[in-house]
Write a protein that binds this ligand. Structure first.
Ligand code: ZN
Length: 490
């Protein structure tokens, strides 16, 4: 297997990936809190970790990809007070919280499918893992890193910091955090403002609550990921991913919970994708620049000059390295749309090139495939990989214009670039013909044309004309030329 290097947020450097179990990858990614339409911010982690999973699988690893659904415990402003995001939406829309969670889970799945993001292997819900979360709280209490206060349970950050140092993952130092912040009023049941809730006692009117040793209540937001990643991937697994916005406090708290409950951080490589900005600004409802994915696909948002197809969005996201910021603008999206069109045309053209047995090996083609793999295995460098794919596009265009000729080996390499890498790993496929079925359509049409060629050789004009007419009825036009038969969609 090829070596893969991953930038580890914990060590702040690129590291050679060494799996816990040879040939296997355990990956956990924080999924959405399902209380609103999926938006531009959901597309980047969805696509980034999809490419990571596709790359590992392509290289022969068996991947268990766990991406959770947060349907309880995520409070407004990511804090320990305030209303549950899902309960609030349910109250406004006069629905059951589970109706909200169901509705927005479906919309999230739908948007991911359009973006050609493959579903995870396991998609656990926080509300389905209350028992595991209660048992985790019990372990942390027993270890002395939590306290019960008025029916709620809080993680004792100061006690934990003495033994393990709090803030290692995000690079924060507790003493500095304390000296930089004045003690906030209204900490309520907490001993310190840095403590965070493991279990919250529910107010009487709160709908989503469960019995526990401490109160009728609900788990703290950070707890679910510690509980569910351990359950499905084991106490020490390979990779934990998520957006940079989750690094603190969410992942820092997860790290501390893992350490406090099982004595290990739980994760070998922490990966964080950077954010998408809009004209340099963070996207937010209050800033009036909030774009949902459906608006992006339909153009129905005043920020948008036009609709952008899901594949254009995917291509746009992969044109930047996942750790860099990515600024959204109509101009950038329009440029991506153009670039994507060029690549897809080259993909079609390359499948119709005929080999010249006398052509020498193309020196450029020789190194392109290797360079693309190197880029992808170097911390998922998709922009560099795409720049080599554009080199392959140039070769296809020269061959098409008959400026150069390619032998069968070169054409095979083009096939690797446009089918295995572009379609298989980067997940970029032709939208005109649905979800990546272009290759199937191509080979079926080519097969039918082969039968027609035989019929013509046998002067069986009835069959050859029938094939031409029936293809036309299916929307496929054929044209006989000196070189053979060309075809295109009507
Ligand atoms: Zn999480």
């Amino acid at each position: 297997m090829r070596d893969i290097y991953i930038y580890n947020t914990l060590s702040r450097k690129k590291e050679l990936f060494k799996p816990v179990t040879p040939g296997h990858v355990g990956l956990y990614v924080c999924g959405p809190t399902v209380y609103g339409d999926p938006h531009l911010g959901h597309a980047r982690p969805g696509i980034t970790y999809d490419v990571l999973v596709r790359l590992f699988r392509h290289l022969g690893y068996k991947v268990r990809y766990v991406r959770n659904i947060t349907d309880v415990g995520h409070l407004e402003n990511d804090s320990d007070s305030g209303e549950d995001k899902i309960a609030k939406k349910a109250r406004i829309e006069e629905l059951e919280p589970m109706e909200i969670a169901q509705e927005y889970t479906i919309r999230y799945h739908d948007a991911m499918r359009k973006l050609n993001v493959a579903p995870p292997s396991i998609e656990p819900r926080a509300s389905g893992h209350i028992i595991e979360q209660i048992s985790l709280v019990e372990k942390i209490l027993k270890a002395g890193y939590a306290y019960v206060s008025n029916g709620s349970v809080y993680f004792d950050v100061k006690a934990y910091d003495k033994d393990h140092k709090y803030g290692i993952l995000s690079g924060r130092v507790l003493d500095e955090m304390i000296s930089n912040t004045r003690e906030l009023d209204g900490q309520g049941d907490k001993h310190s403002p840095y403590d965070f809730a493991l279990w919250k006692k529910a107010a009487p009117e709160h709908i989503m609550k469960w019995p526990s040793p401490w109160s009728e209540g609900f788990p703290g937001w950070h707890l679910e990921c510690s509980a569910m990643s351990e359950k499905y991937l084991g106490s020490q697994f390979d990779i934990h991913g998520g957006g940079m916005d989750l690094l603190f406090p969410h992942h820092e708290c997860e790290f501390a919970q893992n350490m406090a409950s099982r004595g290990t951080s739980g994760v070998n490589y922490w990966m964080h994708n950077n954010m998408i900005t809009i004209k340099g600004q963070k996207m937010g409802k209050s800033l009036g620049n909030f774009i949902t994915l459906n608006e992006l696909f339909s153009g129905a948002n005043s920020v948008l000059k036009q609709a952008y197809s899901p594949m254009t969005v995917r291509f746009f996201i992969l044109q930047a390295h996942y750790r860099g910021t990515l600024d959204f603008s109509n101009e950038a999206l329009q440029a991506s749309e153009k670039g994507l069109r060029r690549i897809m045309q080259a993909q079609k053209d390359s499948s119709r090139l005929t080999a010249d047995t006398n052509a020498p090996d193309n020196p450029e083609m020789d190194s392109i495939v290797e360079k693309i793999y190197e880029a992808l295995c170097d911390d998922l460098n998709t922009p560099v990989a795409l720049s080599y794919i554009f080199d392959a596009v140039k070769i296809v265009n020269s061959a098409k214009d008959r400026q150069i000729s390619l032998n069968a080996k070169d054409i095979e390499k083009l096939n690797t670039v446009f089918t295995d890498i572009l379609g298989g790993i980067l997940g970029i496929c032709d939208e005109e013909n649905g979800d990546g079925h272009q290759g199937v359509v191509d080979s079926l049409v080519n097969m039918v044309l082969e039968v027609r060629k035989k019929a013509k050789e046998n002067k069986d004009w009835t069959t050859s004309d029938r094939i031409r007419d029936e293809l036309k009825q299916s929307g496929i036009l054929i044209k006989d030329t000196k070189e053979g038969t060309e075809w295109s969609f009507e």
